[in-house]
Write a protein that binds this ligand. Structure first.
Ligand code: ACM
Length: 561
């Protein structure tokens, strides 16, 4: 705009000194055009100001944010997200521009607005989203962020790009599903004003996907990452091997995937990730600030490996491909050097393409491994994992080996093992099957899932307190993980049926403080996730405990169209 006014001044100046009639007409025309543009721009700016003042009252505290932020201070006005909004990110702060672009991409998908990121000129109006790197001491963990929303601007501050990314998920959730078209000739999405101060309760917030019992494609895994990231998860644990399938290419032991990857539960075709596929998943997770934890389950749950290389087998039988769902019948031969050479190669190859700090070695349900052999094996494998610079994680049975506080136990079934882990000073990931297993059926009517640990309806999944569960001291708890075993699910729709909506509740259990969690309040916020889930084409289980919000994507509407 200042440039236009300048142009106008020069044109009028030229007009005063010109003698040529033709020139005069052309200059006159030019000044009229410029004047018209200036007047239009001024009236547009005026209209915007008026519109902002006339916003209906919005209430930040009433928004359906999940997980619920630590603190929210509403100021009951509105910020207009519209075609003039731009995003600016801190210059020279690693990762911030990418986070800004991620937000712009998600705004485009939701609203069809093209929001510019770090354009040279601030557009001729207010309405800017700033994503800033800040060294404020209040931002005391990497994932902490604060958002100040006024009618003029949104300022998202964080210490790291990871914190900015978590804050961006909050912003995405604050953008309404539909625009308010009554206030201007173009659509406006009203974001409620106020301040949000937020950080996670637990640093480890994960879900496990069993790609061994049934294989899931790279695209399926990416969709799961998209959904988990929206709810601020930061870990994806991939269960890459089991009796029914070996799912990751190991270049030094090619038969693992050629033979061991050829089957899955129920006799379907199986599959596996090449190392390039796995890298693609890891990179996609990293773009969503999620760490991939690879799991090679051993010394039990190893039939697929032993069929591929019978020399590894230790249960005294000739291994055959297995497509059933029994557990506890397989074991490696824990007294053979070849087995440790094999484990070394597998851990080395996978660690080399895993930037995250963890390597999961399973260790559960090794029912046919003698106790002393189990301990001997786990001790040696823990050392191999450490040799490749990773922190070992094992299911809670790992605590029975000679491990110390530098290994992590995942509490799934045995309080005794969890207590043993505590006595050894180990950190614990809370995944009690009775509460946190995503593959447990919701109730007796559930289409998929098992119920050996419990039926887990949506309220049971949410109403428990990981901070005090089974008396595990809070200082030992690293975080929460919701495992999704895949014996009964073979495609993404079935995966989504078991994972959603319960995975949404686990995000709140792991991010939000106990004081901020309340079932009655949560269930209303959960009901309001339906439009997002439908927009994402998630085949979630529409639990009758929830009064799901109807959206324009509901089946009746689609049929009417
Ligand atoms: C497990 O469910 N076997 C860890």
């Amino acid at each position: 705009m200042p440039k236009l006014i300048e142009d106008l001044r020069f044109t009028i100046y030229d007009l005063r000194f010109t003698k040529n009639k033709k020139n005069m007409i052309s200059l006159l025309k030019k000044s009229i055009v410029t004047l018209t543009i200036v007047v239009a721009l001024i009236s547009c700016t005026e209209e915007k100001k008026k519109r902002v003042l006339n916003f209906p009252k919005t209430d930040l505290a009433a928004e359906s944010l999940i997980p619920k932020p630590l603190k929210m201070i509403p100021t009951n006005d509105g910020f207009a997200l519209d075609q003039f909004t731009a995003i600016y990110t801190s210059a020279n702060a690693t990762g911030y521009e990418e986070v800004g672009k991620f937000l712009a991409k998600k705004i485009k998908v939701k609203t069809d607005i093209d929001v510019q990121v770090n354009v040279d000129e601030i557009p001729g109006r207010e309405g800017v989203i700033y994503i800033n790197q800040s060294d404020s001491l209040e931002l005391d963990t990497p994932e902490a962020y604060q958002i100040y929303i006024t009618s003029d601007s949104v300022i998202l501050n964080s210490n790291t790009a990871e914190g900015a990314f978590r804050g961006v998920q909050t912003l995405r959730q604050l953008i309404p599903e539909t625009s308010n078209d009554t206030m201007a000739e173009y659509p406006i999405w009203t974001i409620p004003t106020g301040k949000i101060i937020d950080k996670p309760n637990f640093g480890y917030r994960g879900s496990m996907l069993d790609v061994a019992r049934h294989f899931f494609s790279v695209e399926d895994v990416k969709k799961y990452i998209d959904l988990l990231a929206y709810y601020k998860y930061n870990v994806l644990h991939l269960h890459l091997s089991d009796d029914q399938g070996w799912r990751i290419e190991i270049k030094s032991w090619p038969k693992l995937t050629e033979v061991g990857g050829s089957t899955e539960v129920g006799g379907e075709a199986g599959g596996f990730y090449t190392q390039e596929d796995y890298k693609e998943i890891v990179a996609y997770a990293a773009e969503h600030y999620m760490t991939v934890v690879p799991e090679i389950d051993m010394p039990g749950h190893t039939n697929a490996a032993s069929v591929s290389y019978p020399i590894l087998n230790g249960n005294g039988k000739t291994p055959k491909l297995y497509e059933g769902t029994h557990v506890g019948f397989s074991t490696f031969d824990t007294r053979k050097d070849t087995v440790y050479a094999f484990v070394d190669d597998v851990v080395r190859e996978i660690s080399a393409i895993t930037p995250g700090p963890y390597f999961h070695i399973g260790g559960d349900e090794s029912h046919v491994t003698k106790k002393k052999d189990y301990i001997y094996f786990m001790d040696k494998v823990v050392d191999i994992v450490k040799k490749y610079g990773k922190t070992p994680i094992g299911w809670d049975e790992l605590a029975t080996a000679n491990v110390d506080s530098t290994s992590i136990a995942q509490f799934w079934g045995s309080k005794e093992n969890a207590d043993e882990a505590v006595s050894k000073g180990m950190k614990i990931i809370m995944s009690p099957a009775k509460k946190a297993y995503l593959d447990m059926q919701y109730d007796t009517e559930s289409k998929h899932g098992l119920h050996w640990a419990a039926y887990i309806p949506v309220d049971t999944a949410y109403i428990w307190t990981p901070e005090t569960y089974e008396g595990i001291p809070l200082e030992n708890i690293l975080g929460i993980e919701a495992p999704l075993w895949s014996e009964t699910i073979s495609n993404i729709a079935e995966l989504e049926y078991l994972a959603f909506p319960r995975a949404i509740g686990y995000s709140e259990l792991s991010w939000s403080t106990e004081e901020n969690r309340d079932w009655e309040n949560y269930k209303v916020r959960l009901a309001n996730q339906a439009p997002f889930l439908e927009r994402m084409n998630v085949q979630f289980y529409p639990s009758p405990l929830i009064d799901w919000k109807k959206s324009k994507y509901s089946y009746t509407e689609i049929e009417k169209d």
